[in-house]
Design a protein around this ligand. Structure first.
Ligand code: GLP
Length: 264
């Protein structure tokens, strides 16, 4: 696991966006196959999406040959609801880049047969050639996508029940009313994420510090599902100083030293 630490969220987000852009551009040079990108919602990736959009406008990046798969969606929330993850993605990314809409995949939380929708999603990822890079955030309890604590680290796309904590945290998007937050969601599994060739996790602010400490220094455990990254051969966490704040100073120094050595 690599941990890239920047002073603040903005600098970390720019680093992440350029890393993704470089990966897309590198594949385009050697292959005609599309780049398959896993995407996340939440406030955390917003600056990264803004930077990706800036790179597209500047002519330094194109999404024309990029296929995307989002991590999750609420169950039974209308697609046009401003807090649906469909709406989120349009607002913060898809409306600002040159992606072909037929290459965009999000789970349909209003599908008649939710289980089939989840199973088909896994099949679509395989048919696309697997995910090259999965971008994710984390919840305050270390959940990745909507894989709440005690989700199997081998889990696949499925319907999940949200914890009260997650609904409370997300109620800030629903008039601070927990009752307006859907109780269920559909989510890619932990194994769907870790199957990606690369996984890039963003974490910003002191609210994420405990989760990041558990993910980096704790055991690989279903109690903190992002800790599954410890078993991934190409996992990167990109964070700010506040989010790494609960880790030991020696861990901090180690990750800084690795980055410095590799940038020489
Ligand atoms: C939700 C999403 C996660 C996201 C998390 C953190 O639970 N399902 O994918 O990482 O929120 O959100 P934020 O980035 O707003 O802190």
């Amino acid at each position: 696991m690599k941990v890239i630490i920047r002073n603040d969220e903005k600098k970390a987000s720019i680093w992440a966006a350029h890393y993704i852009a470089d990966a897309i551009n590198a594949k385009a040079k050697t292959s005609k196959k599309p780049f398959v990108l896993g995407l996340a919602t939440g406030s955390t990736p917003i600056e990264t999406y803004a930077e990706l959009a800036r790179l597209v406008k500047a002519g330094k990046l194109s999404f024309k040959n990029v296929v995307t798969f989002n991590m999750d969606e609420y169950v039974a929330l209308p697609v046009e609801h401003p807090e649906s993850y469909h709406s989120f993605m349009d607002k913060y990314l898809f409306n600002h880049i040159d992606i072909d809409r037929k290459n965009v995949h999000l789970l349909d939380g209003n599908a008649k047969d939710l289980k089939k929708e989840c199973d088909d999603y896994e099949k679509k990822i395989v048919a696309a050639g697997g995910i090259d890079l999965f971008l994710g955030g984390i919840g305050e309890d270390g959940h990745i996508a909507f894989n709440e604590p005690f989700s199997s680290l081998n889990s696949r796309t499925r319907v999940v029940t949200l914890t009260e904590d997650t609904r409370k945290v997300n109620s800030r998007f629903f008039d601070n009313d927990i009752n307006k937050v859907p109780a269920q969601a559909m989510s890619v599994g932990v194994a769907t994420v870790t199957d990606a060739k690369e996984v890039l996790i963003l974490a910003f602010g002191s609210k994420k510090a405990r989760a990041l400490r558990d993910a980096i220094e704790g055991p690989c455990s279903h109690a903190c599902t992002v800790s599954a990254l410890q078993l991934h051969p190409a996992g990167i966490i990109v964070c700010d100083e506040a989010a790494i704040g609960e880790c030991k100073y020696n861990s901090y120094k180690y990750f800084k030293a690795v980055e410095e050595a590799e940038s020489k």
